[in-house]
Ligand binder design. Structure first.
Ligand SMILES: Nc1ncnc2c1ncn2[C@@H]1O[C@H](COP(=O)(O)OP(=O)(O)OP(=O)(O)O)[C@@H](O)[C@H]1O
Ligand SMILES: [Mg+2]
Length: 292
């Protein structure tokens, strides 16, 4: 695919603005809006001038490309099989958003051997594009690969909606990621709520259920209201911020993007996205071997 020649000046590594912002979007329960939030958030960040990449890491059921009405001809597995380069599988979405489609219906990343993992690291190291922000749409729950993506990211954005099962699973996911995986900070986003008050109530319930003994720092990332426009946008294979830019969900997601852009970025210097991938693979206790 054609990669736009974005000429970003290389900034010194100790300049916080020169760091890649990595945001994992996850949830304890499925169907709460991860893919829609991740996609629209990435698009809003891309539109604001950041070179943004959206990684569809829901390896069991890829759908970022479907949501945006794009067609992925190849995926990470094809890169590993040396059928194509990483550059060739990147799809350019609206507003220059770069999308890495998932390897859906295929072997999952956790099952890969050391050589294949090394191949992924190598592929990222070959990527010429300088990425400013990486947004990851993870699968649901606490599988090894979900926890790996969350641990490797600077920020974990947990999506919950106001129903008992979603609240319960959100609390369970945060506890597990915190206790067993040492993730210390979570942003909680209330999705599909009716009012700002409902969003805050949902957040309070989550804090209450987490109790005093949890050591994670939790912050409220705000809310995205229930909005038929978002639903209509999905049906027409468009992101809501594109299809209905003045809708209440689009305005809320744009506000979320403005806040997320200010989140600290302790991560990786520009051009070193492969370190992020390496970290994921190491956390999966896979002995990585970088091919050269
Ligand atoms: N704010 C919202 N208002 C109205 N509908 C919404 C909103 N957010 C999500 N939805 C609807 O909820 C459904 C699930 O959304 P989405 O696919 O983004 O969830 P998910 O968490 O990625 O699901 P999965 O666990 O299957 O990956 C979609 O049909 C979408 O239209
Ligand atoms: Mg999804």
């Amino acid at each position: 695919m054609y990669l736009p020649d974005v000429k970003l000046a290389r900034m010194p590594a100790d300049n916080p603005v020169s760091r890649i912002q990595t945001i994992a979007v996850t949830s304890g329960k499925g169907g709460v809006g991860k893919t829609n939030i991740a996609t629209n958030l990435a698009l809003a960040l891309s539109r604001s001038g950041r070179t943004t990449m959206l990684l569809d890491a829901d390896l069991s059921m890829a759908n970022v490309d479907v949501l945006l009405g794009l067609h992925a001809n190849a995926n990470l597995m094809d890169v590993l099989a040396c059928k194509c380069d990483l550059e060739e599988i990147i799809i350019e979405g609206p507003d220059g958003l770069l999308i890495i489609p998932a390897a859906s219906g295929n072997k999952v990343l956790t099952e890969l051997g050391a050589l294949e993992c090394g191949g992924i690291v190598h592929a990222f190291s070959e990527l010429k594009q300088h990425i400013d922000t990486l947004v990851i749409d993870t699968a649901t729950g606490v599988s090894e690969i979900v926890t790996s993506f969350c641990r490797a990211s600077n920020h974990v954005l947990v999506i919950a909606k106001n129903e008992p099962a979603s609240i319960r699973d959100c609390v369970a996911q945060i506890k597990l990621l915190n206790n067993r995986n040492a993730i210390a900070h979570f942003h909680v986003l209330a999705n599909m709520v009716h009012t700002a008050r409902d969003g805050l109530d949902l957040y309070s319930k989550i804090l209450e259920l987490l109790g005093d003994d949890h050591i994670a720092a939790i912050s409220y990332a705000g809310f995205v209201p229930y909005d038929n426009s978002l639903h209509k946008a999905v049906k027409s294979h468009k992101a809501v911020i594109d299809a209905y830019p003045e809708s209440k969900s689009a305005l809320a997601i744009n506000a979320l993007a403005r806040r997320a852009a200010r989140w600290p970025r302790p991560g990786f210097p520009h051009g070193q996205l492969e370190f992020f991938v390496e970290r994921i693979l190491q956390q999966n206790n896979v002995e990585t071997e970088v091919l050269s």
